[in-house]
Each structure stands twice: as structure tokens, then as C-alpha cells.
Ligand binder design. Sequence first.
Ligand code: ATP
Ligand code: MG
Length: 904
Amino acid sequence: MTASASSSSSQFAPLSTADIRERYLRFFESKGHLRLASYSTVAPDPTTLFTVAGMQPFKEQFMGAPAVFGGVASKRVTTAQKCLRIGDIENVGRTLRHCSLLEMLGNFSFGDYFKRESLTWAWEFLTSPEWLGLDKSRLYATIYQDDEEAFTIWTEENGLPADHILRFGADENFWPADAPKEGPNGPCGPCSEIFYDRGPKYGDDTWAEYAETRESARFLEIWNNVFPQFDRQEPLADGTPVLKDLPFKNIDTGMGLERIATVVQDVYDFYSNDVFAPIVAKVAEMSGQAYEGPQSVSHRVVAEHIRSVSMVIADGSQPSNTGRGYVVRKILRRACRHAYLLGLREPSLFRLVPIVVERMGGAYPELRENEAKIAATVRAEEESFLRTLEGGIQRLGKLLSGMEKGATLSGSDAFVLYDTYGFPVDLTKEIAEEYGVSVDEAGYAESLENAQNLARAGSKYGKSELFGGNQEALDGLSPTVFVGYDDLQADGEVVALVGAGERLKHLPAGSEATVVLSRTPFYAEGGGEVGDTGRIEWDGGAGVVRDTRKTPQGVFLHDVLVESGELKEGVSVRAAVSGERQAIQRHHTATHLLQSALRAVLGGGVQQKGSLVAADRLRFDFSHGAPLSAEEIAAVEALVGRWVSANFPVTWQEMPIADAKAAGATALFGEKYGETVRVVRVGGSVEYAGQTVSSMELCGGAHVTRTGDIGAFVILSDENVAAGVRRVEALAGEQATAWVRERLNATAKTAALLNTSPDNLEGRVTGLQAQLKAAEKDLSGLRRQVTQLQMGAGGGGSAGAPLREIGGYRVAAVQLSGVESGELRGAADTLLESSGADLVVIATDKGLVVKATKDAVARGAHAGQLIGRLAAAGGGKGGGRPDMAQAGITDPAAALAALDSSLS
Ligand code: ATP
Ligand code: MG
């Protein structure tokens, strides 16, 4: 099916995804909106792991905070925001309308315009031939049950027939869904969703039926217009919802770019649009499996997931067993499994990364900047996952070889394979079939559901997935004795082994499970600091500790892969934290100094909003309204440097929280602390602009013993992660020195490419820019001349195209080549002016433009109607305003030849 056969595109069809994104942002700019770049997918807000909607970075503005962005005040903002929806991961491949990563086009009003503008502009953007030109008769809307105002705007101002509108309750037409009853607290309000009828080839259901089914392949939700006018509060004791009016009314809209592209390009699903099609094609090529039939689910999952994983890695997430990293791992492993199902037995997903970067890198330069890192991360994860799969195959082989033909593998066995080895049940079934064994699928589904329920219940402290979410398996265990502030090695006893939700007696070599020790030197993830990694050894065996976390009761959970021997409950082990801990400690103490330095340089308004302390870097999020200047960054670095060279001792002490606060220790706002807290203090202060700056923080993390251990310190970046929240990334010690060396080398290389030295780089680039600008100016002058020459030549004379009299109008018509679509309108203006015509028509092999003078319009000329006929003759489709219209065509001569019959 080609896009020109669709009624949905009236101009240079089909619009690419990038064109649609650009048009949307431009449309809202023309309505007075400030265009902002997408915020990171990594949400600054600790209550959500990832950004799930375009509005998320603006929560505070909806509640009344000043709407100032990079120093520009604007109550109207428009963005294309990349979002990651964890809840939709499992939908990918199954439904045709869900991605895990989506680009949400949004326009926002902070107490400025409201419902009327929101809905009439949405209508204008969707239906005007100048923008998307969708067929009005295919549009539908839902509204909140008693929102008469929305109903009137839809029917009276937009002219939508009343039978194209459905009314729903708070489950569908309130955002967030069911907020009045379920929360969360914060801005919320009724909404109106816009649907597009994709036509009978997608289903023979009707709009009226949608009221019942709420699920349709034919009626696709494309755009949600939300009217946040309430601040949701805790409900009353009897459960009555409490919605407080916000001081002003807001607008928050979100249109899925992937969905609207599917509609505009009239393709079957996301995977046939211009972003995904090349990825799917590569998957088919690598696997030798065509994109068709039931297996096509796997192509879709792989293509979609590699795109989302690339984006979140570009935004700084890494696969791990905790928090965001766990989600990254989950998405990647799901993609790996599907690649495996397609027969790919070697790491292959990483080969798709360049296509993602090529397709999306224009709008999201972070993809280009991180391409090598993304590919390397994906590849490493694939390698480790393929090894796990092999472990699963062996285990399954053992199970099956002991079974009779015709027997059934239990659902719980299939589940353990899935949960512990990430072994997909489809694969289990496939292999079992070879042994003539079937799989108890109902039992599998039951085990899966149990585990999910438990995981949900346990997810308050996250990551319970590793032990199958079964907290009971940890019942009765005493808190672990942690000795790792002082010792990086310690002996302990194995008090529990937990795998797939069960207490185990022993772990064979090659297996991975959670190990609880009586005493441990491993730091458990917390307070922004990552969990320790390292090794454990015992008589007759050894294992790798891949991550450490703990329960709220203080039981430390070590994620262990047994390398050799067998690990048993009751065995005594020697535990040793890896050398990475030193780097983590450097980064942690550096984070404290960074916070004090930021407060000294930027002022006391700096409040910590989040942090990450890892071996390879540190990240610190804090409240601050503007980007840091080069001077501020230098001042912060210098201040940290002075602490380092003073080589002060770093000490810690436990004390009652009241004493800590009285002593002025910095605490994390909104964080709950126990009665006794640990205070980490740097034993000495430095001067900055007349202030004495010191560092004392409530912190459970691991630190160096003297500030001198930190060594070099360098700030890499300062970026905006949400309105009013900045993120600084920095390095300490060896990591800092290595980074600086790499940068110096890169600068030297760039300078060599430009035939100059690093010192003269700036002058050289400025010179080149000036040259380029001059060349561009020459070029555009030349183009104008060529266009004009052609317009003269088209009519055979030098004074421009000859005028012809058709249907009572003076018409100038020319055929041009080498003119870009974007320049057509300008050419038409020139021709209209120079020829003295009432109507001008310019045709190229791609496009057609018709322009009429005011006078001609007053006499009844209609460019939009004329272009419809001309475009039809020229192999295209089009419409437009009475004075100006544009269309996409393929045969310019035929379009021009139709002039006589179309006008008279
Ligand atoms: P659905 O009911 O189809 O899951 P939703 O109600 O979750 O959609 P909203 O939260 O209102 O959608 O998001 C606004 C818009 O974002 C939707 O109208 C749709 O165009 C798009 N959208 C939402 N979820 C996805 C997704 N998983 N993949 C692609 N686009 C999406
Ligand atoms: Mg949804």
C-alpha cells in the first residue's frame, strides 16, 4: 500500500516521522509556544524510574512554580519528549499500538490558554492541509462523562458530529487514570482523547461498539488532551476523593509520534514506518527469517527494544540488577530471547545500534555521542545472556532426559527455567517437544502470576525479582553484620541460599542465586551508592558476587554466580570486595565535596534531588534554575581541588538524629531517617569568597579516609533533567585523569585534521565558519538566479512566463526542476509579483504549488480546489486555502496539461 493511496496525506506524501515531529513543533511555535528539547528518559523524580509523559518535567509549573526555561519566561511550551513506559514492555509485539519507548509530542499551558484553544488547535493541526491534512470524517473523540464544555467545543467549534463522541468515566478520561480515587497526588484533570479510524481493513467494528470493547485495531487513540485543573489530595477517611482547584488551569497534551506516523503514512503498524522498517529488515536479514506469520512478534520485539535500550543507555542507564538498570536488563533480555527464538545464536542486537542511531540521531544527538558505548553495552549483555541460556539448556536437558515420552514438564520447572535462566517458555516447549514431552502451560502461567504478585508486593524495596519476590524465603533471618566500612575482606557463614523464590540447600557450579551471609564486607546498594561486587571463596569452591542489596530489615542479599565447587548452607566463606570499591569511595566523598562546593558557589538554594555513586563516575542532581556558567564550573572544581590538596581526614560517627541536625549536618530533603544516623564529616574547611565551607552529611555510604585519596576531580557535564533540576556528572581519581587524557588526545587529533595546533583551534574554526557562511550565501543567490532563469525559460521569453487567459483569469504556469519543495512557495511569490498574473502554478517532479491574488480570490478563484484537480492529473492528491495550496505529485507535465480543463 502506498501513502498516496491514503486519504490521510495531502502534501508531499508520505511525511517522514522527522517531518511530522518538526511540523508539530512548528505549528505550536506559530501559536506562541516556546520549543524545548526533550528531557532525559531518566526521570529526576525518584517516585518514577523513567519519564512516562511529556508533562512530567513540568509538574512544578502545573502547580504554580515560575515558568522560566533557560532564562526565557513562557507560559506556553512545546516538546517532543522521549518516554519509557515500563508497563508497556510486555505489550510490545503483542498489541500493535504500544512501544516501550515512545516520543510524545506535547503542548503545555501553565495557567495560560485552556480547553478551547487546546481542542481547536488540535483539530487545526490534524485536519488543515497545511499541517497534517487528515480526513475529518475519520476523526473521533472521547470526553469525560460530564464535560459539557468539551462536548460543545468538539461539536460546535470543530464541527465533529455528536455520534463521533463517546463519554467515559475516570478510568479512561481522567489523567492519570482513576486519579480521583487512586492517586497519585499532584496535578490531574479530565481529558479528551482523539481517535483515528484506520478503516475497515483493520476491523469491521464500529465506533459505537468501541464504547463496549475499549479495544480496537481500527480506532486508534492518537492524542490525549488533558486539562489539569486539580491538585489531587489524600482522600478523606471514608475514601471520598479530594480534588483541590489549582490556582490556575493548565493544558497538557500528548500525541504518540509513532502512532501518528502510522496514521499519516498509512502503514499497517509501527514496524512498517520509516524508523522501524530498516531495523526490521536488518533483523530479517541477520536471522534469515522473513517478517511474517507468528514469528513476526520476535522481529517487532527486537526492533522496538533495541531502540528503547539504545536511548536509555544514551541517557546514562546501564543494565544491572537494580532499579532502572534492572529495567534496562529486562528489556535487553527480552530482545535477546526473541533474537534467540529467531535462531540467532551469536550476539547480534548490537549490530542494530547503528541503524537506530542513523534513524533517530538527528533529533537525539545523545545517540550519536554514545553510539560506541551503546553497542558495547548491548554486546556484553548479549554475551552474558547467551551463556545463561546455555546454562538453562543444560538444566532442561537434564530434566528431560529423565522423563518418559508423553510425560508433562511441570509448570514450576518451566517457571524456574524462565525466572532463573531467563529461559523463554516457548523455547522450553520447543525443546521439550523434541523429547516428546509437553509443558504444563497453565501451571507455568500460575507460577508466573504468583511471582508477579509477590514482586509487586515486594517492590517497595525493589529488586526482589532476584529471589523471585518471595520474602517468606527470607523469614527468620537476622540482620547481617556489616563490616565493610573498615574492612574489605571478611569471613562469614552462609545462612541462606535463595533461588527463584525458594530456600535452597546447595548451589551447583554454574548457578546464580541470592546468598545471605552472617557477616559481610559488601556494601549494599543505598543512598545513591551502587552495591559492591567481588568474590567469595570456600573450601573447594569459588563464586563471583555481582551485586549486593539489602532488605529493609537489614538482611544483605548477595547476587552470586557459583564458578566452581558447590556452595552449601552453613559453609564458611572468605568474602573479598573488588578493587572497584576504592573508586566508589573516591566518588562518594567527592560527591559530598561537590554538594558543599555547589552550595558555596551557587547559593543555599541548591538542594540534592538524587545521586549516583559508582566506580566509573558520579552523578549529582540538584535544584537550580539555570545552566552553570564556565566560571561557576571552574570555581566548583577549584574548591573541591583545595579540599583534596589539604588532605583532611574523613571520619564518621553514629549519633541521634537530633544531634546531627543541631550540628548542621546536611540531610536529604523528604528522606526518612531512623533515630540513630551516621554522619560523615570532612575534618577541615576551606574559604570561598569570604565564606567558610565545610562538609558534614547524613550518609550511610563508604568513603575514603583522607580527602587526598580522591586525587584529580573533573566535572564532565551539567544538564537539565527537569524544570529547575540540574544534573552534574563528574569523575575522581584515575577515572578523571584518564578522561582528561582522552580529551586532550581528541583535541590534538581534531586540530591535526584542521591543519592547526590545539592552541589555535578556536581561531581556525571561527575562520571556517565564516567561509562556510559566505559560501552558503553565494549558493542561495545562485539558486535564486537559476529559479528565475527557469521561470523565464519556461515561457520561452525573458520577462517571465507568458500569461494565458483561462476561465477569465490571467494565469502564469511553469515547470521547474532542481527546486526544493521548501522553496516552491517563494518561487510562486516571485512569479506572482513579476508576471502580473491573477493565478500562478508551478510544478516540479515532486510538488505543485498554486497561488492566487486577493483580487482573484474575491472573484471566485480557489487555489485549494484547483490544486485538487491538477494534482489528481499529476498523480497526487491535494487541497488547501483559497489563496495558497501545495500538493505532492509525480507527473508535472500532466498536472499542467490539466489547467485548461480544470479552470474553464
Ligand atoms: P493506551 O490506552 O493506548 O495505552 P494511554 O491512555 O496509555 O494509551 P496516554 O497516557 O494518554 O495514553 O498517552 C498519550 C498518547 O501517547 C496516546 O494518545 C498515544 O498516542 C501515545 N502512547 C501512549 N502509550 C503509548 C505506547 N506504549 N506506545 C506508543 N504510543 C503511546
Ligand atoms: Mg497506556
